[in-house]
Design a protein around this ligand. Structure first.
Ligand code: NAP
Length: 350
């Protein structure tokens, strides 16, 4: 990667405490990069212990600093001396907030703060931003069965708060970079992951783990008729590194997600693996009328109501072709999510 005796490049990973960012940090440390991670508060050691342990185990150089997307404080210092930035942080709640600006403001203004700091420091060569399939495949009113590609943009005006925040933040990021004067210029690549599954690094299942946790705990009586285009968190981290390293990735967005899978099919994988060990994963189908009733007191189910019967069709062909990226089988991702939930105590061992 670098000539002998030269220090390896320093990479800033924003939102280091998060699920995807933890794997991005691991991927970078395993490949010899030095990493600086931002967290909102260094005081909360529960959110960073696993990262410090990981760095020690890997013998990697990891430093953590404080910066919040809602404040200017700390970003210039965080970016100083970095060759690359992986901007992963953005609010990803399981529920629709009362005020959509709670998500949109940190997503859009936060991205702008990170980019401003990159433009100022002069050392950053490339930023890789974590966007989402939510910025590609949502809010379309034409061709529900169309396979969406990187040429597509979600229609923000038809979207709930989260896909709207991702769409507006990614658009703002491209606009910012395009408008940069020559002397402040750096490159941008964007990763658009689907629904992320795969091993937990700590005991926080986060938003994307919540579905698997609910199934393992039988907190849902049956499976709602919703589905996603899934991807493994380890493969998302790999995509971030490839998009950072490959010269041809500059100026591109890459969808990283596989074929649509229904919740019922996820449940069947879990049931086959874990029910013989004493778990009671439900595999029946939850009728819409019952889901509608549950949604009256469960905000997460209320959010899911809008996605009943919808298939998420996206193509990762560009990432495969240009980055040489490959996704592992989804069965492995599903089982590893649940297995690590048991190991981390999120789901009790049986
Ligand atoms: P996560 O575990 O909730 O991570 C989100 C990270 O963003 C956390 O580190 C969080 O910090 C940080 N964050 C939130 N608000 C912040 C603020 N105001 N200032 C600074 N940091 C803030 O979720 P994730 O799944 O890893 O998501 C990471 C990124 O991937 C997000 O951009 C998300 O939109 C995107 N994504 C996720 C999925 C998925 O299925 N998981 C799919 C596509 C795209 P705290 O720990 O302090 O809360």
């Amino acid at each position: 990667m670098t000539a002998a005796n030269e220090p390896s490049p320093l990479v800033l990973v924003t939102g280091a405490s998060g699920y995807i960012a933890g794997h991005c940090i691991r991927e970078l440390l395993e490949h010899g990069y030095r990493v600086r991670g931002t967290v909102r508060s260094l005081g909360d050691s529960r959110k960073t212990e696993h990262l410090r342990r990981m760095a020690t185990t890997l013998g990697g150089a990891l430093e953590l600093v404080e910066a919040d997307l809602t404040s200017d404080r700390g970003w210039r210092e965080a970016v100083a001396g970095c060759t690359y930035v992986q901007h992963v942080a953005s609010p990803f709640p399981a529920e629709v907030p009362k005020d959509e600006m709670e998500l949109i403001r940190p997503a859009v203004d936060g991205a702008t703060r990170v980019l401003e700091a990159c433009a100022e420091t002069g050392t950053v060569k490339r930023v890789v931003m974590t966007s989402s399939v939510a910025a590609v495949a949502f809010g379309h009113t034409d061709g529900q069965s169309a396979v969406r590609t990187e040429a597509d943009w979600s229609k923000a005006e038809n979207c709930e708060a989260y896909p709207k925040s991702k769409t507006l933040a990614e658009r703002a990021t491209w606009d910012f970079v395009k408008a940069l004067p020559h002397e402040r210029r750096f490159e941008l690549a964007v990763i658009n992951p689907g629904f992320v599954l795969g091993p937990l690094l700590n005991d926080d299942q986060g938003t994307s783990g919540e579905l698997i946790r609910k199934l393992m705990m039988r907190e849902m009586p049956a499976c709602p008729e919703i589905g996603f285009a899934p991807v493994d968190v380890r493969d998302v981290a790999l995509a971030h590194r490839l998009a950072m390293e490959r010269p041809e990735a500059a100026g591109n967005r890459y969808i990283c997600a596989g074929e649509h899978i229904w919740v019922q099919d996820i449940a069947k994988v879990l049931a086959a693996e874990f029910n013989p060990r004493g778990y009671r994963v439900p595999t029946g189908r939850l009728p819409y009328w019952l889901m509608w009733i549950i949604a009256r007191f469960d905000k997460a189910v209320r959010l899911a109501l809008g996605f009943v019967g919808r298939t998420e069709l996206v193509s990762a062909a560009k990432a495969e072709r240009e980055l040489g990226w490959m996704m592992r089988p989804v069965r492995e991702s599903i089982i590893d999510t649940a297995r690590t939930m048991i190991e981390q105590g999120v789901v009790p061992a049986r």
